[in-house]
Design a protein around this ligand. Structure first.
Ligand code: SF4
Ligand code: SF4
Length: 433
């Protein structure tokens, strides 16, 4: 074995030994009363060596997905890989560690100096973005377990009008803004808390999450991958990375002959048809509209910021400190006879009421600023969407939308040029390469 190989084995052994020791460092207390330890609802931490293995599996899956999608153009290969990803990252790893949820951890690490972002989480956050920058959204196509579970129920996809698709996607931007705000002020990781498929992956009995997951799957029979298209905040980052992708999914392996056979092939509405030439006479109208929309952009940002500020007290109610302060007030006013566990913990902690009120005020202030920024951000996105819609992009062929294409490979088989490329034989219509 080479020196490098030996060093790798030793490093693995040391890391796993350290992880085992870390797990045993704080043995559970032995209670003398009849207190029962609560059942764990989250997976136990794994040895560092296994976490490294997860990163290696993710990198290998992304590499394979890129090859299957761009080079091999194999829908079957993509489907098989998505089953593996669902089983490994979903059911085996119980949906944790997860690239989608890692977004919250990354934000938390940026705003809370006491939180150190684990390297594995950083890798799970960055690797799919990096691959998307090179190969398009191959992560969404066959590696993300949340995408994979939805992909298997796409039975009767209906077309969603473009205006409705764009409007509904604003919900995802709103969710992203809320998730970043909550993580930044330390109010919790929303994306993980409301992951609709986590109850399936962990086979746990969280009734609201089961219902939420079932609802997404039921809707997903007709509206393909609703979580991916209208909710997933990480998917929004991948959309932007997809726009810049160096290589991209192509419906046809070579030239588009405009046969229109692929027109309705995409269940996600991500195939863009060629556009008609824009008449010169429309240019001044287009310019005037753009100037108006740029003005509107600032109005929307102001409006969003104002709305975000207005709702900050309601949002702050989700912070544990504000909730504790509310309960303590109820207790003081005699409206809570039996204290909750958190109130009891506060009472025996020796902390003063003054410090609690100060902490509560601090949280409110952070939510006020955060709400303002988050609202302005959503207003900015809405304004940019309007500008995007009003710009006329020139397209001569049928193309996969760089941002919206989920790299599922379904459209390949619809293209006669693909069939010729794949079999080397002419199609029924006599088309040859
Ligand atoms: S959009 Fe989000 S949930 Fe869907 S496949 Fe992509 S990362 Fe996963
Ligand atoms: S690969 Fe084709 S069918 Fe799949 S999302 Fe992209 S455009 Fe749609």
């Amino acid at each position: 074995m080479s020196r490098l190989g030996r060093a790798g084995v030793w490093m693995g052994l040391i890391l796993s030994a350290a992880a085992v020791q870390a797990a045993e460092r704080f043995p559970p207390p032995q209670f003398e009363t009849d207190y029962q330890m609560p059942t764990l609802t989250t997976p136990l931490p794994r040895a560092a060596v296994w976490e490294l293995a997860d990163v290696a599996v993710l990198a290998a899956a992304l590499g394979l997905a890129s090859w299957l999608t761009l080079r091999k153009r194999s829908r079957r290969g993509i489907a098989v890989l998505s089953v593996f990803s669902l089983l490994y990252f979903g059911f085996w790893r119980k949906g944790c560690i997860c690239s989608v949820g890692s977004l919250g951890n990354v934000v938390l690490s940026l705003f809370d100096s006491s939180y150190v972002l684990p390297l594995t989480v950083a890798a799970f956050f960055l690797l799919p973005i990096l691959f998307t920058l090179f190969f398009g959204r191959v992560f969404c196509g066959s590696v993300c377990p949340l995408g994979a579970i939805q992909d298997w129920v796409v039975f009767r996809p209906l077309a969603v009008p473009a205006w409705l698709e764009t409007t509904l996607r604003l919900g995802a931007w709103l969710y992203l803004a809320a998730a970043v705000l909550f993580a930044a002020v330390g109010a919790g990781l929303l994306i993980c808390r409301y992951d609709p498929f986590i109850a399936f992956f962990r086979l746990g009995f969280n009734t609201p999450l089961w219902l939420l997951g079932l609802l997404f799957l039921a809707v997903g029979v007709f509206i393909a991958r609703p979580y991916c298209r209208f909710v997933c905040p990480y998917g929004l980052l991948l959309r932007q990375a997809g726009r810049l992708a160096f290589w991209q999914v192509r419906i046809t392996p070579d030239e588009c002959i405009q046969c229109r056979l692929c027109e309705d092939a995409c269940p996600f509405g991500a195939i863009q048809p060629p556009t008609a030439p824009w008449p010169e006479s429309m240019r001044p109208v287009e310019r005037r509209r753009l100037v108006f929309l740029f003005g509107l952009l600032f109005v929307l940002m102001g409006l969003g910021g104002w709305l975000g500020y207005r709702v900050h007290t309601g949002l702050a109610a989700g912070h544990p400190t504000v909730e504790l302060a509310r309960q303590v007030r109820l207790r003081q006013a005699g409206l809570m006879t039996e204290p909750t566990d958190t109130v009891r913990a506060f009472e025996v902690s020796g902390r003063t009421l003054r410090s609690l009120w100060a902490q509560e005020a601090d949280v409110f202030q952070r939510f006020a600023w955060g709400g303002l920024w988050a609202g302005a951000f959503v207003g900015f996105v809405a304004g940019i969407k309007l500008i995007q819609i009003s710009i006329h992009f020139k397209r001569t062929d049928y193309e996969a939308d760089r941002a919206g294409c989920l790299a599922c490979g379904r459209c390949f088989a619809f293209c006669p040029r693909h069939r010729i490329w794949e079999t080397g034989k002419p199609t029924d219509s006599g088309e040859t390469s």
